[in-house]
Design a protein around this ligand. Structure first.
Ligand SMILES: [Zn+2]
Ligand SMILES: [Zn+2]
Length: 117
């Protein structure tokens, strides 16, 4: 199923360098996802807080893309399929020195035990 107008707004820059909700709470994440409709940066489903999926559920914004360096896939929650997408407003990924998991200083020693499978 192709994405429809409004699912993706390539002109909107990302909300920030890290997960919007985790940064506000002083929390941490594994990987970052970017909402293709509004630029919201949220954490992936392996992260403790799963903010990217929660954002999609609460807003109805259906398409995310990766905010990880070197990854350019898009994913449509409605179909569970990876889809093609356009180049979005830069930056295309979080800063390299932010690390994975991130951000520096907020990642607990036993972070691997806190991931979702
Ligand atoms: Zn988060
Ligand atoms: Zn959104």
């Amino acid at each position: 199923m192709p994405t429809s107008p409004g699912d993706i707004d390539a002109s909107v820059p990302p909300s920030g360098p890290g997960c919007q909700e985790c940064m506000a709470a002083g929390d941490w994440w594994l990987h970052l996802r970017r909402c293709a409709a509004c630029g919201h940066i949220g954490c992936c489903d392996n992260s403790p807080n799963q903010h990217a999926t929660r954002h999609a559920e609460t807003t109805g914004h259906p398409v995310i893309t990766s905010f990880e360096p070197g990854e350019d896939w898009f994913y449509d929650y409605r179909t569970g399929q990876f889809v093609e997408g356009p180049a979005l407003a830069p930056p295309e990924a979080h800063p390299l020195d932010q690390g994975v998991p991130g951000p520096p200083g907020a990642v607990p020693r036993d972070w691997q035990e806190k991931l979702h499978p």
